[in-house]
Design a protein around this ligand. Structure first.
Ligand SMILES: [Zn+2]
Length: 184
């Protein structure tokens, strides 16, 4: 499973400080809920942008001794399965076209918006009115504004969507669902 690890570091700082080595295990397993059951389990590597660069980050993984499910801690500057970093996606969705990184990744950001629009009917069914009143025919623009007003930024919105609703802006993924618990 995947959780969002809140951090104020930029991707560049995270890489420079090898911050993955300091990511603590979540207190409780996200799958079975058991406390203090997570042990370190190496890393996986993925791409994330910073300004106009592409970096490779190491993402900390833990294994639950109780339910044997692995939990990866994705830093909040990264989006699940999307390379463009969270702040740049947010700036792009807010129409900040004067930003160099928004111009640079414009095509990808447009593609992300279309995915968001495509996922919206499912997303709205999953979250209901948790982020404000939803109309019968919700529009991506309106839902995006509500999400930002309620959560403050895309990083904390993503964290809430994953932790409370097991989805994110761009789709519902297996890594955000709980696994059936096996009888002990
Ligand atoms: Zn567990």
């Amino acid at each position: 499973m995947q959780t969002i690890y809140p951090t104020s570091l930029t991707p560049e700082q995270y890489v420079a400080q090898q911050h993955q080595k300091q990511v603590p295990p979540p207190e409780n397993c996200l799958n079975c809920g058991r406390a203090h059951s997570l042990e370190a389990l190496a890393y996986y590597h993925r791409y994330v942008t910073w300004l106009t660069q592409v970096l490779i980050i190491s993402v900390r993984r833990f294994l639950c001794r109780q339910c044997r499910v692995s939990i990866s801690c994705l830093p909040s500057f990264a989006q699940p399965y999307r390379a463009i970093n969270t702040a740049t996606v947010e700036a792009g969705f807010n129409g900040q076209a004067q930003k160099r990184e928004v111009q640079h990744w414009g095509t990808a950001i447009k593609d992300y918006w279309r995915r968001f629009e495509g996922h919206l009917p499912t997303l709205v069914r999953q979250v209901g009115s948790a982020f404000g009143r939803v109309s019968l025919r919700p529009r991506a623009e309106g839902f995006w504004r509500q999400l930002l007003e309620r959560c403050g930024d895309l990083a904390s919105a993503t964290r809430q969507l994953i932790h409370q609703f097991h989805t994110c802006l761009f789709g519902t993924y297996r890594c955000h669902q709980r696994r059936p618990l096996q009888a002990a």
